[in-house]
Design a protein around this ligand. Structure first.
Ligand code: NAP
Length: 546
């Protein structure tokens, strides 16, 4: 037991412990929040469902899982010593490296002492008389805390569609984000995979290498860009480390939370087709997200956007030998970049393999899972193993699963029935002293997550420090500030093409979920300025009370 826990007060004889803060989740967000709150001298308890740290990188261990932000930028910046001592194996490192890094962070800062693993929060209720949060877990115990901080990730509530007959399947099935630690031997197996988002696109080439036969059940094709991943160049790494603080600064003020080498200056429509394609070709060869930075108006002008979309469609047509398959893989009914762009290693090439079959389940939907496989309206496919790369109940899902109840007995789920409402994506009216790290209404999933996580954790920590120093007990967003922020989040999204896609950003992947654009597209740098301004104005838009 740590000093923090020793200091925590036994409140009564039913093993109820009082903490200053409870944090839910031990991914990068939860670990860094714990580290910062310990610095303030707070007693902290972190609850984590998994048996280890890492969050996304603990759970998503499917074949092919790797980061698609550059490794040098997808890391925590708070310790310059750690920054210098840690090395990444590849430009876009595999899941095992990310999980290893998360464990390194936990060990280096002795974080495990305050983390209770294998424990899920089942209810978190604000108790008005005491002004404290009462937190129950699936282990049957409960604790109380002055501050309740969610760090459960934006993409942690798995979505397995309610396929008819799934319980009758006689083979094994897995959701990609619950892949067994020991792996799955697919040698000689007939495998079916449902889903062609970022996860499916990473997994499919690897599954195809292992399986005897792979059936890919695709409903909506995605645009995917090559990562052009390679082993980390030691010279590049050394140079980067020499100027780490400058790189970090550039990331913090950037739109996407990652350093941009060159910002675009002209419209895609202001140059000749030849010049445009030259720019796209260079970005394609550079790899990953570079193409997004090709021109100024790719996210705001549909004609400009379509030049990039057509470039990618032509790449698909040039890569995939069977042109019928290529056309099925080429997205045509939504603008590029309006769903999370995918980044791959040999995804389209995989469809040239003899053992891979693309099954179009948009035209011929999946009707049921049978004991032996998948039946669509056009035929049946016998498989031994089924893989669901079917995504997540994003952003709100992880919060709803915690059973959060605020003032007046109003649950978060009820309050957000028509979609999430937050002030700055960190806090919501009626839930005092609760903070959401990378909550809806913040840049979160539209950014390099580690940059946004650190910004939120730093802001939350500074806020708690301010409350302590001013002898204040409670902070709660005000309704007018929340209304204005929700309007602003929508206004900025309306200036873009984002709402033209049926994406998980808008809740479209979960039947019945309200269609509200959830992340903040105004940019990481501008958002940081806004948060800092609110703090500098003594927490404008918040009610503070003693
Ligand atoms: P996703 O983008 O939501 O993709 C889910 C896929 O499953 C889609 O192709 C979807 O088709 C399909 N699907 C869902 N229900 C279906 C049904 N009933 N029948 C047929 N198909 C169905 O989920 P994801 O691929 O797990 O990615 C989620 C997010 O995680 C990404 O956007 C990204 O932000 C993050 N991620 C990041 C990385 C990385 O950084 N390296 C890797 C993986 C994931 P429809 O499109 O038709 O709904």
């Amino acid at each position: 037991m740590s000093q923090a826990q020793d200091d925590a007060v036994e409140a009564d004889s039913t093993s109820h412990v009082e903490y200053d803060a409870v944090v839910v989740g031990a991914g990068f967000a939860g670990m860094y929040q714990l580290y910062r709150l310990r610095e303030l001298g707070l007693t902290v308890k972190v609850f984590e469902t998994g048996d280890g740290v890492g969050g996304t990188w603990y759970w998503n261990r499917y074949p092919g899982a790797r980061v698609d932000s550059p490794s040098m930028q997808y890391s925590l910046s708070f310790s310059s010593e750690m920054e210098q001592e840690w090395g990444w194996s590849e430009d876009y490192s595999p899941q095992s490296d990310l999980e290893g890094y998360a464990n390194h962070v936990a060990d280096r800062f002795n974080l495990r002492d305050d983390i209770q693993f294998g424990t899920s929060v089942t209810a978190a209720t604000y108790d008005e008389p005491s002004g404290r949060w009462i937190i129950h877990t699936d282990r049957g115990d409960w604790v109380s805390a002055k501050y309740f901080i969610t760090a459960a990730g934006c993409l942690s509530a798995t979505n397995v569609p309610n396929f008819k007959g799934i319980d009758t399947f006689e083979g094994q099935w897995y959701h990609t984000s619950r892949w067994p630690r020991e792996g799955v031997d697919l040698t000689g197996k007939r495998v079916g995979i449902v889903g062609t988002g970022s996860t499916g696109i990473q997994a499919i080439p690897k599954l195809a290498e292992q399986a005897d036969q792979l059936f890919v059940f695709q409903r909506t094709p995605n645009y995917s860009l090559p990562s052009n991943n390679k082993p980390m160049d030691p010279d590049f790494e050394r140079d980067w480390k020499e100027r780490y603080s400058e790189h970090r600064h550039n990331a913090r003020v950037s739109p996407g939370g990652a350093e941009v080498i060159a910002y675009p200056e002209v419209s895609a429509l202001s140059v000749s087709e030849e010049e445009r394609n030259r720019v796209y070709e260079a970005a394609w060869n550079q790899g990953a997200f570079t193409m997004l930075q090709s021109f100024t108006d790719l996210m705001t002008n549909i004609d400009a956007n379509d030049t990039a979309a057509e470039f990618v469609r032509n790449k698909i047509r040039a890569t995939v030998k069977n042109q019928e398959v290529a056309e099925l893989l080429a997205p045509k009914d939504y603008p590029i970049f309006t769903k999370r762009i995918c980044v791959d290693t040999h995804y389209y090439e995989t469809y040239n393999r003899d053992n891979v079959t693309l099954v179009d389940v948009k035209t011929n939907p999946i009707e049921e899972i049978t004991p032996t496989g998948v039946t669509t309206s056009a035929g049946s496919y016998d498989v031994d193993v089924l893989v669901f790369a079917t995504g997540f109940d994003a952003m709100t899902g992880p919060l709803f699963r915690m059973g959060i109840v605020g003032k007046g007995g109003l649950s978060l789920k009820e309050k957000w029935e028509a979609g999430p409402r937050t002030y700055l994506g960190i806090s919501t009216v009626g839930f005092p002293n609760m903070f959401m790290i990378t909550g809806p209404g913040s840049p979160s999933v539209l950014s390099n997550m580690t940059t946004s996580i650190e910004q939120h954790v730093d802001w939350i920590t500074d806020t708690i420090k301010y409350l302590k120093e001013h002898d204040l007990q409670q902070i709660e967003a005000k309704a007018d500030a929340e209304d204005a922020w929700v309007d602003h989040v929508n206004d900025v999204a309306d200036m873009t093409l984002y709402k033209r896609a049926n994406s998980w950003y808008i809740g479209a992947n979960i039947p019945g979920k309200p269609r509200v654009f959830m992340p903040y597209v105004g940019g990481v740098g501008a958002y940081r300025e806004k948060c800092d301004e609110v703090a500098a104005k003594d927490y404008e838009g918040f009610a503070l009370s003693s």
